[in-house]
Design a protein around this ligand. Sequence first.
Ligand SMILES: *Cc1c(COP(=O)(O)O)cnc(C)c1O
Length: 335
Amino acid sequence: MSAPASVPYLPMTRPTIDDETIAGVGAGHEVITTPLSWVATSNVILEVGAKPVFVDIDPVTRNLDLDRVEAAITPATRAIIPVDLAGLPVDRDRLYAIAKKHNLRVVEDAAQSMGTTWQGQRIGGFGDFVSFSFHPNKNITTIEGGCLVMNTEAEAKLAEQYRLQGVVRSGFDGMEVEVVGGKFNLTDVAARVGLGQLPRLEEFNAKRRELARAYFDEFAAPGAAAAGLGLPVADFKQSNWHMFQVMLPAARLTLTRAEVMAKLHAAGVGSGVHYPPIHLFAIYRRLGWKEGDCPQAEAVGRSILTLPLFPTMARSDVTRVVNALVKILADHKKA
Ligand SMILES: *Cc1c(COP(=O)(O)O)cnc(C)c1O
């Protein structure tokens, strides 16, 4: 049963003091992030009682536009949460230069970029605070779960406390609770699934890269190129190709995106939308965000379409997907 509509939305604010949250972010603080992500990216900001500040994306990379970040920094800003959408890395050199200059934490939402690199270094192998997801749609999975990368023993210890009700055990019978924790522990079964997946990360990502190349080859063929689709950045060096996303040529079509998806579905091809811009969801509108605040993210959010891409996909599947999509677009072109 869902809550009655009359119950107002209340951000879940934990009774923490600033130095109790690992990144030092709490009530009264602002956190800069991208509007084009899974809503979890910004929900965590609300969860600690802080204010999300959405900065528009770069329509080419579809990631946070670093040219716009500094203008959004105020005395209340404490952190930046970048997202490597589809596995394409945000420029870490520029990102960390901005953070350093303004004394901000960087909380990397690297849920989509396990195995991605920046200038030869793995995401998570450097930087401030990095968060990975092992949800089944990610590049490796534990069914549910994830992992945090931190810099200091103190931060790691605090995370361990938050993980399970704040409990700290000592000796055979000692137990103390110093912070308000939750129930965020990874189960042993999930951990075992992850240990099976981890050694295969490179193999999975190599296969994804190969399939992404195949998409580019297929979309470059004369018939397909004429369809007018917008393609992602062709990065075969750093990206883990978590997703392959195209932009539909909306102005040239007599179909809506949902109709294109329905026709793909009828042709046996699954597709998805990642993502509708976060700032236009009701709970964020209630905080004052509105249409026009992030026009690039809104435009991308309207036309973006995620095509199938997973390691067990065959090369011939890519041809089938591209042919199906190109035919739908050709059959429903504006006169
Ligand atoms: C999947 C995802 C998350 C959430 O990960 P969970 O494991 O479901 O908590 C957060 N951010 C981004 C960008 C994601 O893709």
